[in-house]
Design a protein around this ligand. Structure first.
Ligand code: PBE
Length: 273
C-alpha cells in the first residue's frame, strides 16, 4: 500500500467493545461484504470490553500509533483527547444523529401513572450527561454519587419532570439499563429522582438485547437506555409491538469508527482491504 495505508500496521483490526453492544453488530455490518465497505474486506473486529478499548486507545495515543476503535458520544474520551475524529461513513451504516430513547412495558402507565409521568418527562441535554461522566472520570467518584450531586444542583430541571405529579406509594419500579457510563448516568439520575418522589427503584444493567426482551415480557417496567433509530434498531424492531415508545430523553448522540486526529485518513473508504 501507499503512505496512507494503515491497514497492515493495524493488522486489519478494529478495536471494539462488548459483544452484546449495538455498535458491535453495526460494525460487523460495516465489515460484511454484503452491504458493508469493500475497504473493510478481510478486516476483523476485536471484541472485548469498553475498558480494554479505552486502554488500547490511550496507549496508542501516548505512542502516536494508529488505532481504530468503535466509539460513541457522549463519552469523556472526546474531552480528554480533543483531536479524536469520526471516520466518514458514506454508506450511512452508523446512521446520522442518534437519540437515547425511553421505552416502557405495556400496562405500566395504567399501573403506575405517577412513575410513568416522571419517566415520560425525563429529558436532558448532552451537556448534562457529560457533566456527570466527566466528573466521575476525573475524580474517580462513583457515577451514582456524582448523579446524586447533579440532582441536588439541578433543581430547576428536575422539577420540570416532577412538578404536579402525586407522591409515589413506595411501589417498586424496575428500571432496566445497560452497563455503559452514558446509561449509568441517566439511570442513576432517574432512579434518584423517582426515589425522592416516593418510589422504590431497582436499576438492572444488562446487554441491550435483554433490555428490549425484558420490557416485551413485562419483567422490567421501563428503560432510558435505548439508542435509536440506529444502534439498537434490530432489537427494537423485534419487540416494537410489545413495548411503549416514550420518545427521546437525549438528542445528539452518535456512534462510529473513531481515530486519533494525527491519522491521515478521513473516511472508512480510505482504508484498504
Ligand atoms: N454504546 C453506548 C452502546 C449503547 C450505549 C453506544 C456503546 C451500544 O449498544 O453500542
Amino acid at each position: 500500500g501507499d503512505d496512507f495505508n494503515y491497514s497492515e500496521e493495524l493488522d486489519y483490526t478494529i478495536i471494539g467493545i462488548e459483544p452484546g453492544a449495538g455498535i458491535t453488530a453495526t460494525t460487523e455490518t460495516a465489515i460484511d461484504q454484503e452491504g458493508g465497505y469493500e475497504s473493510l474486506a478481510g478486516w476483523d473486529l476485536e471484541q472485548s470490553s469498553t475498558v480494554a478499548m479505552v486502554t488500547e486507545l490511550e496507549s496508542a495515543i501516548a505512542n502516536e500509533e494508529p488505532i481504530i476503535v468503535t466509539g460513541w458520544n457522549p463519552h469523556w474520551k472526546f474531552a480528554q483527547f480533543p483531536d479524536l475524529k469520526y471516520l466518514d461513513d458514506p454508506k450511512g451504516i452508523y446512521g446520522g444523529a442518534e437519540n437515547i430513547q425511553t421505552l416502557a412495558r405495556l400496562g405500566f402507565e395504567e399501573e403506575h401513572p405517577e412513575a410513568y409521568e416522571i419517566i415520560d418527562r425525563f429529558y436532558w441535554d448532552v451537556e448534562d450527561m457529560e457533566e456527570i461522566m466527566y466528573e466521575s472520570n476525573e475524580t474517580g467518584d462513583d457515577i451514582h454519587d456524582v448523579a446524586q450531586q447533579w440532582v441536588e444542583e439541578n433543581e430547576g430541571k428536575v422539577s420540570e419532570w416532577t412538578e404536579g405529579v402525586a407522591e409515589g406509594d413506595g411501589s417498586v419500579i424496575e428500571i432496566v439499563s445497560t452497563p455503559w457510563d452514558t446509561e449509568r448516568s441517566s439511570s442513576s439520575v432517574l432512579s434518584i429522582v423517582l426515589e425522592e418522589h416516593g418510589f422504590d427503584v431497582d436499576v438492572t444493567p444488562v446487554d441491550p438485547a435483554i433490555v428490549f426482551e425484558s420490557l416485551a415480557t413485562g419483567d422490567a417496567d421501563a428503560t432510558v437506555a435505548a439508542w435509536l433509530p440506529f444502534t439498537h434498531a434490530g432489537f427494537y424492531e423485534s419487540v416494537e409491538d410489545d413495548i411503549v415508545d416514550l420518545g427521546p430523553n437525549l438528542e445528539g448522540a452518535k456512534i462510529g469508527l473513531v481515530v486519533p486526529g494525527y491519522m491521515d485518513i478521513d473516511s472508512i473508504e480510505d482504508l484498504e482491504p
